[in-house]
Design a protein around this ligand. Structure first.
Ligand SMILES: O=C(O)CCC(=O)C(=O)O
Ligand SMILES: [Fe+2]
Length: 209
C-alpha cells in the first residue's frame, strides 16, 4: 500500500504517462501536459517575482545551484489550476504537496547533480523534515525550450530529458521499501543559449505544515 504522500507508477501509466524502462528508479514522462498558452502565463509569473534559488546541506560550492526561484502566489487562480492538475494526476492528497515553485535559468546557470530528497541525518534534516517528513515524488514541467543546453540528466541511468514546452517528467525519490533512492541523482545542466523555465512540485510523506 502506498502512503498518502506517494504516487504510483502503475496508476500514472494508466493515466497515459510513459514509464521509462529502468528498474533502478520509477521515472515517467508525459508530453503536452500543459498547453503553450498556459506555459507562457506561468513564465510571466516567474519573471515577475524571483529570488536566488537555495540549497539544503550547503557544502561550500557557491556555484552548485545558480538559478532563480519563484514561489508561485498561492492565491493566484493559475497557481491553483496547475496545482489541481498535478494533484489529480499524481493521485496524492493535496495536503502533502509543497507550494509550487518556478525555476528560471539564464545562460550559464545550472543545478549540479543532486537528489531531491533530504539527506537523512544531514545538517538540514530537522529544518526541512521535522514536520512534513521526507520528499516522496517530484513532478517537473518544462515551460519552454531554450535555444541550447538546459537538459536534465539522470546520471545513473544515463537518460537526458530535453526541455520541451509543456512536457512533464516525474519520479519517485524513494524505493519501494521507502528508503531514499540515490539512483535518482540528476543534473539540471547549464543553459547555453536562451532562458529555461520549469515548474517543480514536490510531495512529502506527511502533510505540509
Ligand atoms: O531544471 C532542471 O532540469 C532540474 C531541476 C531540479 O532538479 C530541481 O529543481 O530539483
Ligand atoms: Fe532536482
Amino acid at each position: 500500500m502506498d502512503g498518502p504522500g506517494e504516487s504510483n507508477a502503475k496508476q500514472l501509466a494508466a493515466k497515459g504517462m510513459q514509464r521509462l524502462p529502468f528498474d533502478k528508479l520509477e521515472l515517467l514522462q508525459k508530453r503536452g501536459f500543459l498547453d503553450e498558452a498556459f506555459c507562457a502565463e506561468l513564465i510571466t509569473m516567474i519573471d515577475a517575482k524571483r529570488r536566488p534559488s537555495t540549497l539544503a546541506d550547503f557544502d561550500g560550492d557557491m556555484y552548485f545551484r545558480t538559478s532563480e526561484t519563484c514561489d508561485l502566489p498561492l492565491d493566484d487562480p493559475r497557481t491553483q489550476r496547475l496545482d489541481a492538475l498535478l494533484n489529480e494526476l499524481s493521485g496524492i492528497d493535496p495536503a502533502h504537496g509543497e507550494p509550487l515553485q518556478g525555476q528560471r535559468y539564464a545562460v550559464g546557470q545550472e543545478f549540479k547533480a543532486h537528489c531531491d530528497y533530504f539527506n537523512p541525518g544531514g545538517q538540514d534534516w530537522d529544518k526541512y523534515c521535522s514536520v512534513a517528513g521526507q520528499r516522496t515524488w517530484t513532478f517537473m514541467i518544462y515551460l519552454n525550450e531554450p535555444e541550447a543546453g538546459g537538459a536534465t540528466r539522470f546520471k545513473v541511468v544515463k537518460k537526458s530529458f530535453q526541455p520541451e514546452t509543456g512536457k512533464l517528467v516525474c519520479w519517485n525519490n524513494r524505493r519501494p521499501d521507502q528508503t531514499v533512492n540515490p539512483n535518482t541523482i540528476h543534473h539540471g545542466m547549464k543553459v547555453r543559449k536562451g532562458t529555461k523555465y520549469v515548474i517543480t512540485k514536490w510531495y512529502r510523506e506527511k502533510p505540509w505544515g
